[in-house]
Design a protein around this ligand. Structure first.
Ligand SMILES: C[S@@+](CC[C@H](N)C(=O)[O-])C[C@H]1O[C@@H](n2cnc3c(N)ncnc32)[C@H](O)[C@@H]1O
Length: 265
């Protein structure tokens, strides 16, 4: 239970995140929960601060935590550039141990990322403990059937095709410092019994014709269906769990790739 989740959010991948993942509808969507639900708030699995930094700029009282020291270091650098000094912690969700209790906790894209089912269950208990009475956990999760090219691996005949070959080198993305990134991922294993998909990533950073960094990572992604995650939240102690569709706040439909769980303590 205490083993650290294995993710790919390190080194080149962390720098790629800091450079290119700075936008998205989640920023405004989750911000409203903090404004309505109250502060202080925690961005658990905050990464390089895609959500956290705009929230701090809006004057909200938000702390951040993430298992990856590289993501937290880049988040801190960005905060310092913006003359912000948030409390940031390098901690795994299932081991969260923080000095404050929160009115609102947001988990965006971080549950089941590199962790085991047992760690995720423990993470939900830790998040419950970190909330004040009446506080809310707002957590998004991609549904297991969101990606057509992965869905077929629930069937044994297709699992025989795994591991998938590496995709060919794509078009590199140019960063503000002039270096270029090439990230490629492939599915290597899929276990429908454990509801777990294992992928690998090759991450390269180039400067002109020179390869300045090349790294390879593996990650397990846990797949949870709606009622299963509602049950896990209730098992963790949450009394009232509301499920919403995507980032539009409406009712969930079969066509939503992401569901948002609003769980009250
Ligand atoms: C997809 S990124 C999302 C980052 C940020 N929430 C955002 O939306 O920009 C996932 C982040 O979750 C972190 N993460 C994954 N598993 C975690 C765990 N068990 N505990 C804490 N952080 C975790 C990763 O290090 C990474 O920074």
């Amino acid at each position: 239970m205490s083993s650290s989740p294995e993710t790919w959010h390190y080194g080149v991948v962390a720098r790629y995140w800091a450079e290119f993942n700075t936008d998205g509808p989640e920023i405004e969507y989750f911000r409203r929960f903090i404004e309505d639900g109250g502060e202080p708030a925690l961005d658990a699995g905050c990464g390089t601060g895609r959500l956290l930094i705009p929230w701090l700029q809006a004057g909200l009282d938000v702390d951040g935590a993430d298992v990856s020291p590289d993501m937290i270091a880049l988040c801190r650098e960005r905060a310092q550039r913006e003359e912000l000094s948030p409390a940031l912690y390098v901690q795994a969700l299932h081991e969260l141990d923080l000095p404050r209790r929160y009115r609102t906790i947001v988990v965006c894209g971080a549950l089941g990322v590199g962790s085991t089912r047992e760690q995720d269950e423990q993470a939900l208990r830790r998040l419950y403990e970190l909330l004040q009475d009446g506080g809310s956990l707002v957590l998004d999760n991609e549904v297991p059937y969101a990606r057509a090219h992965n869905w077929k691996y629930w069937l044994a005949e297709h699992r025989a095709e795994l591991p998938r070959p590496w995709p060919p080198a794509g078009e590199r993305q140019r960063a503000t410092d002039g270096s270029e990134y090439d990230l490629r991922a492939r599915l290597v294993a899929f276990d429908p019994l454990e509801q777990r998909a294992r992928s690998e990533m090759r991450a390269e950073q180039w400067r002109d014709a020179d390869l300045v960094a090349a790294e390879e990572y593996g990650i397990d992604l846990m797949l949870y269906f709606k009622d299963e995650l509602v049950y896990m939240l209730k098992q963790a102690g949450f009394g009232d769990v509301d499920v919403r569709g995507g980032y539009d706040g409406g009712e969930p439909t079969p066509d939503h790739d992401f569901l948002v769980y609003v769980a009250r303590r």
